[in-house]
Design a protein around this ligand. Structure first.
Ligand code: TYD
Ligand code: MG
Length: 454
């Protein structure tokens, strides 16, 4: 018996289904299963003698120099883009609603226009008058940015075809709709079709497009993952609502390093760049207090110092709480387990809270030792010596492992006036002026040296 045809496909994860269903069994997403006609129906229907036209094959070494990147002179933005905007590229900027995407892109549009690009800003969410009002408030009333308030993609593409801008900002992709797709704006098939049209336009006409995408609750851009695959660069605009810091993070970049960050501050007059994030994240720290530890991290290509804060308190009877902000909770669980198994320090019956100050999110394993130090310092109610930075990865055996760019971390710490560093053994370190580095080989030794326990 021939296998049953499975013409229904989940547009989020790509799983095939025999019949339509409201929820994809494979990934659990709702309303993502759509009917798709297969391109060729198996053997016997091959292209045969009816071939297409020949496509010229090229050498890797071409004679033409690549077209120059355009810079905004906003360093925090240019760096995240990998050194400026690449012509004909497609960029997705994702973030929670209200985090400041429209503000950032209006400012970026004005900056690109100022550096000589022809820029079109299409808003599908706000009327032109609203965008103009915002521009005035940002002091960009005179910027040479062409504006449109439109959601019909057919009309937008016709307009772009005529105007031939160097950069088009589409705010947001979820509001765009194509009359050829039979579903509501914001639905997965509309978002996917609209993003496809726009990226194709970018490649064929040499216009760079920036798509704004709202992130859904699950942390994915609606039209989940689909848009991310289509574009060259994916940037996320993150930050805590209660904080004024905003971080633009490159999650994917075909033209530059991923994981690069740009740091901004939301002010009454829009976003201001923060050139020295370490100073900002450490701002307002007083005397060292128990539970507070400074971690020397690397974000992208740049060292960033930030403060980790731990609080350990007796838990009411029942389940002890483990709560983290800005750090992976799985990583915290692992460090607690290593402390218990290798150093005999139990956190059973204790609530553990761990925060990264300032709304930064840390994903480096290099933060392990700083996390352990914060936990111990809180548990023993004993602060680390003043002016100390900490970094190092902890392995399950309790050994400390060297991490990347140790020298850069130390240099940044010395620059900001720190005097001691606790670092893993192994990996050669040259003298950093003004900084005394003590290298530790394993966690029990670290606990013994710093807290006289273990
Ligand atoms: P917005 O760019 O509209 O967010 P998004 O496009 O991501 O939904 O930003 C909205 C928030 O930013 C709003 O709560 C007000 C704040 N904001 C300022 O604090 N200062 C400013 O100059 C501007 C324009 C906005
Ligand atoms: Mg907006």
């Amino acid at each position: 018996m021939a296998p049953k045809p499975r013409p229904f496909v989940c547009s989020s994860c790509g799983a095939a289904h025999a019949k339509w269903q409201g929820r994809c069994d494979a990934c659990g997403a709702w309303d993502t299963v759509i009917e798709e006609r297969p391109l060729a129906a198996g053997p016997g229907k091959s292209l045969g003698a009816l071939r297409g036209k020949t496509v010229p094959l090229l050498d890797l070494a071409t004679e033409e120099a690549p077209p120059p990147r355009s810079e905004t002179r906003v360093d925090e933005l240019d760096r995240v883009l990998g050194g400026g905007l690449v012509p004909a590229s497609a960029i997705l900027v994702g973030g929670d609603p209200g985090i400041g995407k429209s503000t950032l892109l209006l400012q970026a549009a004005a900056a690109f226009a100022h550096s000589g690009l022809k820029v079109v800003y299409v808003s599908g969410e706000e009327a032109s008058a609203q965008v103009r009002m915002r521009a005035q408030r940002l002091g960009l009333g005179k910027a040479d940015v062409r504006l449109a308030a439109e959601t019909n993609l057919r009309d937008i593409l016709t307009t772009l075809e005529e105007a031939r801008p160097d950069l088009a900002v589409i705010d947001s992709i979820q509001t765009m709709w194509l009359d050829t797709v039979d579903s509501a704006p914001g639905s997965v098939s509309q978002v996917r079709a609209a993003a496809h049209e726009l990226t194709t336009f970018a490649k064929s006409r040499g216009t760079s497009v920036i798509l704004v995408g709202h992130v859904t609750k699950e942390g994915q851009i609606a039209g989940p993952r689909v848009v991310e695959h289509m574009v060259d660069t994916v940037l996320y605009f993150e930050g805590e609502r209660g904080h004024q810091f905003r971080i633009l993070r490159a999650v994917k970049n075909r033209f530059g390093p991923a994981d690069e960050i740009g740091v901004f501050e939301m002010t009454g007059r829009g976003l201001a760049e923060v050139r020295n994030p370490s100073a900002l994240f450490l701002d307002g720290r007083g005397k060292p207090s128990p539970g507070s530890v400074v971690f020397a991290g690397i974000e992208g290509t740049r060292p960033v110092l930030c403060e980790l804060q731990a609080l350990v308190a007796p838990a009411p009877a029942g389940q002890a709480r483990r709560s983290t902000v800005g750090l992976d909770s799985g990583r915290l669980a692992m460090i607690l387990a290593v402390l218990e198994a290798r150093c005999g320090l139990s956190f059973a019956g204790l609530d553990v809270y761990l925060n990264v100050a300032g709304g930064l999110k840390i994903s480096e394993p290099a933060a392990d030792l700083a996390v352990a130090a914060a936990l111990l310092s809180a548990r023993e109610d004993q602060a680390l010596p003043e002016g100390t930075v900490v970094f190092g990865e902890i392995s399950l055996s309790g050994a400390l492992r060297p991490v990347t760019q140790m020298e850069n971390r130390l240099k940044e710490a010395a620059k900001l006036g720190f005097r001691n560093a606790l670092a893993p053994a192994g990996g050669r370190l040259s003298e950093t002026s003004g900084l005394s580095v003590s290298q530790v080989s394993d966690l029990p030794a670290f606990v013994g040296e710093q807290f006289g326990a273990g």
